[in-house]
Design a protein around this ligand. Structure first.
Ligand code: HSE
Length: 317
């Protein structure tokens, strides 16, 4: 049996940020992190080998307590197997601080918090970028697909491009300093598995060309930076028209965002949350209020979050 180096701490608390996946035109390949909301995890070394979830706060008892069925638990287990430390005992206390099934990357934030915490707790045997495949395992059990457009930005911070899945090739893109994100989460739930199931498997050549133009334009716009180009490129002709039917008042909320100065607005991840980008905090707040009002006009309450693009990713608290 191996023991943990006594010079390192035996407990750690970590925050991992929520994320906006897809970012309109980049289905499964674009994502960025926000400062809030996010999940927290406390990981404590135990004498009893194995990974256990001692408690989950903020999920109203809905998430699996069995480590191998929980995104944080499975990510940690996969990581420990990889570094050959399945002898280790770890107790997980997960504090969910964002709604489930919201399109805010809730499962990804938990997975990232877990794998980042264990790597820090053990004195960082792996560089952060190498943690990505373990966090992706969390996504696989959460929604049946190991996509990286939530875990990538939650782990690395900033705006992330997943250029390829096989082999995994992830690139972090610079974003302008004054880019604000408004997130509005209407109080309804959309299951990611269902939101993936309704997508068509075939895409027309015309839509593919339009989407590729927007993908290229968005990256160029972010890197230049060129806000008008960002605005013109935040258009999704493939996924949004299908998924928006799952979000009541989608068109009205989007129009409210654009009327109030948004550079663009679309579905955050698989929804029902919607995101809008803008150039300053005040505009971002106004956009949030206008979108909330659109939902409220049909009796749907919502939460709004305003944040800059999170550049740091997970952090030890
Ligand atoms: N790219 C994924 C999807 C993100 O849209 O299904 C899920 O949050």
């Amino acid at each position: 049996m191996r023991f943990v180096d006594s010079s390192i701490v035996d407990s750690i608390r970590v925050f991992a940020p929520a994320t906006v996946a897809n970012v309109a035109c980049g289905f499964d390949i674009f994502g960025f992190a926000v400062d809030n909301p996010g999940d927290q995890i406390t990981l404590t070394i135990s004498e009893e080998p194995g990974v256990r979830i001692t408690d989950i706060l903020g999920d109203e008892g809905r998430l699996p307590r069995e480590a191998s069925r929980n995104t944080a638990g499975i990510s940690i287990q996969t990581y420990l197997k990889h570094i050959n430390r399945t002898d280790l005992g770890l107790d997980i206390l997960l504090h969910k601080q964002m709604p489930l099934g919201s399109g805010l990357g809730s499962s990804a934030a938990s997975a990232v918090a877990g794998v980042f915490a264990v790597n820090e707790l053990l004195g960082r045997p792996l560089p952060v970028i190498k943690l990505l495949p373990f966090a992706m395992e969390g996504e696989r059990i959460a929604c049946g697909s190991a996509h990286a457009d939530n875990v990538g930005p939650s782990l690395l911070g900033g705006f992330v491009v997943v250029r390829s899945y096989q082999p995994l090739d992830v690139i972090r893109i610079d974003t302008p300093a004054n880019l604000y994100c408004t997130l509005v989460h209407p109080d309804i739930e959309v299951n990611t598995k269902d939101a993936r199931f309704i997508l068509k498997n075939e895409v027309s050549l015309k839509n593919t060309i339009t989407q590729m133009g927007n993908v290229a334009g968005l990256i160029a716009g972010l890197m230049t930076p060129d806000y008008d180009l960002i605005s013109r490129s935040l258009v999704d002709v493939i996924i949004e028209p299908v998924r928006s039917i799952l979000i009541p008042e989608f068109n009205e909320a989007k129009q409210a965002a654009l009327d109030n100065g948004a550079l663009g607005c679309s579905i955050s991840g698989s929804g029902p949350s919607m995101f809008a980008l803008s150039r300053d905090a005040q505009t971002a707040e106004q956009i949030g209020a206008a979108m909330q009002q659109a939902f409220l006009s049909v009796g749907i309450t919502s939460e709004a979050y305003v944040s800059e693009i999170n550049k740091q990713g997970p952090k030890v608290l």
